[in-house]
Each structure stands twice: as C-alpha cells, then as structure tokens.
Design a protein around this ligand. Structure first.
Ligand SMILES: Cc1cc2nc3c(=O)[nH]c(=O)nc-3n(C[C@H](O)[C@H](O)[C@H](O)COP(=O)(O)OP(=O)(O)OC[C@H]3O[C@@H](n4cnc5c(N)ncnc54)[C@H](O)[C@@H]3O)c2cc1C
Length: 495
C-alpha cells in the first residue's frame, strides 16, 4: 500500500485502527459515503495480523451455534464473497468442504453441525458416507466413515483479498497511514466523546474511532475504559507443500471439531499448493509466530488422519498465525455509550475472514443509526465498487503474454521462476505501495514457490531499490531493521 504522507490536516470523521480484513472491509463500506476516513496501521505491509496467516477458508457457516454473532455473520459473509471476488478481482475457488468423521462418536457430531447449518440458513449441507466422499476425493482416508458436505464453502488468496478491500477503499477516497501505531485515545474535555487517537506519528482527530486492532483490540478498548472482554492469543501452525501435490484434494477437509477448535484441515489453496494445519495453542505473547517441532508434528499427524501419504519431503515452508480469540468465544462488536464514538470490532477469530464483509455492513449501519449525529452520511458520488489486480502472468495465455511483452519489455523479464512473476508485476506492486521484500511477495508472490526466494530475492531487492530510489542496503524483508544486506561485498572482503 502506498503510504499517505502525514499532512497537517489530520481531521477525520472516522478513524479505523488496523488494516486487516476487518479494517479493510469497514473502510471500503465507509468509502461509499463522503466521510473523511483514515485507516491507521502499525505494520509496514498489509496484511500483517491474523489476516496474513490463516487457512483462507470461506466457511459455509454451519460451525457456530445459532444465535451467536459468528452464526449471524459467517453465512452472510460467505454469500457476499461470491460476488465480491469478481468486483474486487481476488482469487477465489468454490471448492466446498467436508467435515470428516471417524467412528460413531464423531458421526454424532456431524448431526449437530448439520442442525446448526440448517438453522443458520446454509444451503446444500448434507451428510454423506465415507464411500461417497472417497468417490469424489480418492485420497481421503479409508478410516473416514461419514462427512458433512458443505457446497458453498470456498477458498481465497487471503493476501489478495485483504489488499483488494483496502486498495478499493483508497481509490474511493480513504487515507491509509502505514507504520502508524495507535498508542493512546483522545477524548472530549468531559470524557463523554471521542476526539481522536495519538500515534507514534502524532495525533489524529476523529469523531468516530473503530477498533479493528485484532490481537491488540482488548488493549485499545481498555484505553477507552472498556475491559468487558479479553483476548487470548491462540497460535496456529501450518505446513505448505509444493504445487505438484496440491491435487491430492479438491475440497477443503476438516477434522471433526473439538473444544480446541475446528481441528487440523487439509486443503488445496487458491494458488494450488497443499496446505495443512493449524494447531491451536493459547499463548501470552501476542506477537510470537514461530513454528515449533511439536506443533508441526501435530499438524502432520492430524492431516495424515484425513489424507494419508502426504509426501513430507514436498513441504516447502511452514508458518504460524495468531488468532484474536475472545474469552467468551464470540465476536465482540459494539459501540460504547461512553465515550460516544468508540466502536469495538474485536475478538474477530475464525470465521472472521469469512464474516468480515458482513460485519463491515453491520458496523457502518450501526454508526449511521447510533452515531449519525456525530458524522454525516452522504452518498459518495464517485464511489466505484470495482478494482482490478495486476495481470497474473503465470495464468495468462501465451498470446496475451506476448502482447504484454511487446507493450513493455518488463513483462518479458521473469524475476521469480517458481511462480513465473515478471519484473512488470514487481514494479506494479511497488507502485501500489509495497516497500519491502515481503510486501512484494504479498502482492504478486515472488518467493512463495519451491525455492522460497532463494533465486528471486536479490532481484526483488534490486528492483525495490531502483523504484524507491534508495540504496539496496536500505531494503528490508518486512520493515524496521530486517535488512536484507549487511554491506558491499568488497568492503566485507577487505575486513
Ligand atoms: C491460524 C488461523 C486460522 C484461521 N483460519 C480462518 C479461516 O480459514 N477462515 C476464516 O474465516 N477465518 C480464519 N481465521 C480468522 C481470521 O484470520 C481472522 O478472523 C481475521 O483475519 C481477523 O481480521 P482482523 O482484521 O480483525 O485482524 P488482523 O488481521 O489481525 O488485523 C489487525 C490489524 O491491526 C493492526 N494493529 C494492531 N495493533 C495496532 C495499533 N495499536 N495501531 C495500529 N494498528 C494496529 C495489526 O498490525 C493488524 O494489521 C483464522 C485465524 C488464524 C490465526
């Protein structure tokens, strides 16, 4: 994301804290109006928090107990993604999902989920036999005795989706400030209303402040005097496998859920890799995203229960994400009575990615209804719902590749061989706001293939330095002091 320069004019109607999928979808909904909206994000790249490291599943909506916020927003979010992916041009595959039962006890659980699905208005959910599952998914374990099929489930590229909402919001007039960590809140003199926020880059005035700070949302809420919920950071670890084994499954496989969560899953990602995970471990540290040997063993064992014979030597990387689970287990979406103007969009755990577009519509309606005296909602005559991602070279027919290369030779220069990413795509990612090696990877995927950036990272550093007009020594992996290079080679040799 291109960073807006911090100007003296920092008067906003609405300030959104956090540019994850919650902040991004809310910002886009707000951009339908002529409001002055700013999104403040502490990280260098988007997505950064849970929206960056998750299963990317657009859940059907049968998991959650009817009557909960999750059961309310998840099926609606699922429906919205069916058109949103076309409007905003992010990768989406309607793969359907199976919750797999092994034995009578787990089969009873499928009945419960089927009931939830029907009550939550999820279309097409049904229980199928293990044999029927295997007729469609030949690599499914022979141990699976029955499965709950949900045809509306889908999988997205979570990087592209997160970027798409915020990109479109910006095109419709929202200001985005990166590396802008909110450190305090500002109130009217009598403390009854919001006046803005203080950040590491100075103060911002705002009449309404939306707290979409993910794993830090309880800390921000406490600054407003509200300690009604607590976040329990909960880590989930994953393996990603080479695309050559992505075909092992077509649909999204879930284990039967337990108290710990939805269990280990096996899926083919929107980019055709095989993904297995996650674990579910509560930790004190809100930032720790290290993978661990026991965690990865648990993932592999859990996945092998559903799909045996996953070739471990085809794993290309592992990663972890941290869920912002709230202690009561549900989303916490609420406007405070005092200070007026403070809105929590917190505890957005799974299925938060799925639910986000529906939550965003609800939050904007809530602001309109309960805080309409603070900010004026006039339709934005320039609102454009569509935006395009840059062309995905690896997916283009040969004639189109040739046409692009004739218009600009950088379309003919392959930077990342594993993912067939061209120099033109890298340059476009930088033009749209990527400033780090990770940022470029989130936009256009160099470094996500089998070599994990071994070949393309130096080239990406070179292009970043050239396009940003800085020395390669200043280029970082993901911001702050994560420099890619330590000095000139000849200088090193002289030492
Ligand atoms: C392991 C795992 C698996 C999951 N699988 C799925 C799934 O398959 N399907 C699904 O629907 N959901 C899934 N989820 C849940 C989903 O990822 C989250 O619900 C969703 O991404 C939450 O989005 P968010 O914007 O609320 O939070 P985040 O994405 O965490 O964004 C919060 C943002 O706030 C910023 N921030 C924090 N503090 C500050 C501050 N003080 N100032 C400024 N900015 C700040 C952070 O940098 C971050 O960018 C999963 C989550 C995890 C971790």
């Amino acid at each position: 994301m291109r960073r807006s320069a911090v100007s003296d004019d920092r008067d906003y109607d609405v300030i959104v804290i956090g540019a994850g999928i919650s902040g991004g979808t809310i910002a886009r909904e707000l951009s339908r109006y002529t409001l002055r909206t700013a999104v403040l994000e502490r990280a260098w790249d988007i997505p950064y928090g849970a929206s960056r490291a998750n299963s990317s599943m657009i859940h059907g909506g049968f998991d959650d107990k009817p009557g909960t916020e999750k059961a309310r927003f998840c099926p609606e979010g699922n429906r919205m993604y069916r058109t949103l992916h076309e409007e905003l041009d992010f990768k989406y595959r309607n793969c359907g999902s199976y919750v797999c039962a092994i034995g009578p006890e787990e089969e009873r659980h499928l009945e419960l989920l089927l009931g939830y699905g029907k009550a939550n208005g999820v279309s097409g959910v049904e229980i199928v036999s293990g044999d029927r599952l295997r007729s469609r998914e030949p690599n499914a374990s022979l141990e699976i005795t029955a499965a709950l099929w949900s045809p509306t489930a889908a999988i997205v590229n979570n990087f592209e989706a997160s970027l798409a909402f915020i990109d479109n919001a910006r095109a419709n007039g929202v200001d985005l400030f990166m590396e802008t960590e909110v450190t305090g809140l500002l109130f009217s003199e009598d403390g009854s209303r919001m006046r803005g926020v203080s950040t590491k880059r100075g103060d911002f005035n705002g009449k309404v402040v939306v707290n979409a700070a993910g794993v830090n949302s309880d800390l921000i809420s406490r600054m407003a005097g509200d300690d009604s919920f607590t976040i329990l950071p909960t880590k989930g670890e994953y393996f990603i496998f080479d695309k050559s084994v992505g075909h092992m499954v077509d649909s999204f496989f879930f284990s039967c859920p337990s108290e710990k969560g939805k269990g280990v899953t096996v899926a083919r990602t929107a980019d055709e890799n095989l993904l297995i995970g996650p674990t579910s471990v509560v930790q004190d540290d809100r930032e720790n995203r290290n993978t661990t040997q026991p965690g990865l063993e648990e993932v592999f064992d859990g996945a092998s229960r559903l799909v045996p014979n996953i070739p471990r030597n085809m794993a290309i990387t592992n990663f972890a994400g941290v869920r912002a689970n709230s202690k009561n287990g549900d989303f916490h979406i609420k406007a405070l009575d005092r200070p007026r103007g403070f809105v929590n969009v917190a505890g957005i755990k799974s299925p938060g990615f799925t639910s986000a577009p529906a939550i965003a519509v609800h939050v904007v309606d809530m602001i309109k209804e309960s805080l309409g005296d603070l900010v004026k909602f006039e339709p934005n005559p320039k609102f454009t719902p569509e935006r395009r991602h840059m062309p995905r070279f690896s997916e283009l027919p040969m004639e189109e590749r040739e046409r692009l290369a004739k218009t600009d030779p950088r379309w003919g220069q392959i930077v990342c061989r594993c993912e067939s990413v061209t120099e033109a795509q890298v340059v476009e990612a930088i033009r749209r706001g990527a400033r780090t090696v990770s940022g470029v990877k989130l936009w256009v995927r160099p470094g996500t293939g089998r070599c994990q950036g071994g070949f393309c990272a130096p080239r990406v550093v070179e292009i970043l330095a050239r396009e940003l007009g800085v020395s390669p020594l200043e280029i970082t992996r993901h911001g702050e002091d994560s420099y890619m290079l330590t000095g000139e080679t000849k200088e090193r040799e002289r030492l």
